[in-house]
Ligand binder design. Structure first.
Ligand code: PLP
Length: 394
């Protein structure tokens, strides 16, 4: 028998997954080249050759008991040190191996840090639209998710509303930049204002409020836009990073947490997070891919390929009359639905074999998300279909 806590999840099984299955059904019916599936954030660019080569070399070169064995629950020390040094070179930080915990992707990293800092009943604030899994992660530790409503003009976080929602029970604020589903990058000005609010509220309530920076899209930024490194603006920042998108390795489940020395009670938080990694059941992040990351630490995915898609889809859709903020990062476009109920619009799209995800799956109805991590051909061939769809509404 299924536990009570799981029952709501059975009911609301993710719309994104359902869309994925619908995509497979349509592809089987019409052929994959005739289906324009913008539903899933699965990278279309393959992992760099150097990653594939490192996997083969490591398997051949390394003592099996080392490469496949148990290790410290935080991950291989040499891997953590290599990543720390890479971050220090890029962002002028001063991390070392002890500040990093290798995790089973960003999803696991978020769970580890929430398990580490959250007491039952404490609140975690998120900005709509947001990755809906945050709600499940917070509930895993009996926390309470508090939503800040969207600023639909810019999709930058609504900081006035944030300030009003912080209280003595607030334990963390989660931000995600570059952002899923809008592609917005939070500006340095926004980050400074956010940090000032959190500092002020910590003083007011004599409490610790963690800023959790969920960063699977850090490397996907366009037009030379800077993605500020948040630990430099606010001491109680914990970074959750992932290689799922930055090296196209979502199935390998690899990422890390950064817990800087400046975090309140850092030593205990690092120790507790290391234990949380173990007792979450992950034990440690997968060993082989950790070593691969150390060899490929400064590798980049093909950002130019996503950029080409971004421009083609953004220009194509806006010239048809659709509106959306121009994304500066990630690989998503968040388009305003021409009718208030975006699900009607999505149903209409299916007639033209276009698959989109409702904004309500990100707590922001009235919009749809298009994941443009697809082939360039898919984008180009989808535009005449979008034209037919637009003609139904404009
Ligand atoms: N956070 C956001 C905003 C995401 O979009 C995703 C995945 O799409 C994740 C976290 C989870 O990433 P990972 O595959 O590293 O667990």
């Amino acid at each position: 028998m299924v536990a009570e806590k799981m029952k709501p999840y059975l009911k609301n099984n993710s719309a994104i997954r359902m869309m994925f299955e619908e995509g497979n059904r349509l592809k089987a019916l019409y052929g994959p080249e005739n289906v324009f599936d913008f539903s899933l954030g699965n990278p279309s660019v393959p992992a760099p050759d150097s990653v594939r080569k490192a996997i083969i070399d490591l398997v051949n070169e390394t003592e099996p008991t080392v490469i496949h064995g148990y290790m410290s629950n935080a991950g291989f020390e040499d891997v953590r040190q290599t990543i720390a040094e890479s971050l220090n070179r890029r962002f002028g930080t001063a991390f070392s191996a002890k500040n990093l915990i290798m995790t089973v992707g960003a999803a696991s990293g978020l769970n580890v840090i929430l398990k580490t800092v959250l007491n039952p009943g404490e609140e975690v604030i998120v900005f709509a639209p947001y990755f809906l899994e945050y709600g499940a992660y917070v509930r895993n530790y009996d926390g309470v998710l508090v939503e800040v409503s969207p600023d639909t003009e810019t999709f930058q976080p609504n900081l006035e509303e944030l300030a009003g929602k912080i209280n003595k029970n607030t334990r963390a604020v989660i931000v995600n930049t570059p952002h899923n589903p809008t592609g917005v990058v939070y500006s340095e000005e926004t980050i400074r204002r956010l940090a000032a609010i959190l500092e002020e509220k910590q003083k007011e309530y004599n409490s610790v409020i963690y800023l959790i920076s969920d960063e699977p899209y850090r490397e996907l930024a366009y037009d030379g836009v800077e993605v500020p490194y948040l630990t430099k603006y606010y001491n109680n920042t914990v970074v959750g990073y992932s290689y799922s998108k930055s090296l196209s390795l979502p199935g390998e489940r690899i990422g890390y947490l950064v817990i800087p020395d400046e975090v309140d009670g850092a030593e205990d938080v690092i120790s507790a997070a290391t234990i949380a990694n173990r007792i979450s059941g992950a034990v440690n992040a997968p060993s082989l891919i950790q070593k691969v990351i150390a060899r490929c630490v400064d590798e980049q995915t093909d950002v130019a390929a996503y950029d080409r898609n971004r421009k083609a889809l953004y220009e194509g859709l806006t010239s048809l009359g659709f509106t959306c903020v121009k994304p500066e990062g990630a690989f998503y476009l968040f388009v305003k639905s021409p009718v208030p109920n975006e699900k009607e619009f999505i149903e209409a799209g299916k007639k033209y074999n276009i698959l989109m995800v409702p904004g309500s799956s990100f707590a922001c109805p009235g919009y749809v998300r298009l994941a443009y991590c697809v082939s360039y051909d898919t984008i180009i061939h989808s535009l005449p279909q979008f034209k037919k769809l637009a003609e139904e509404f404009f």
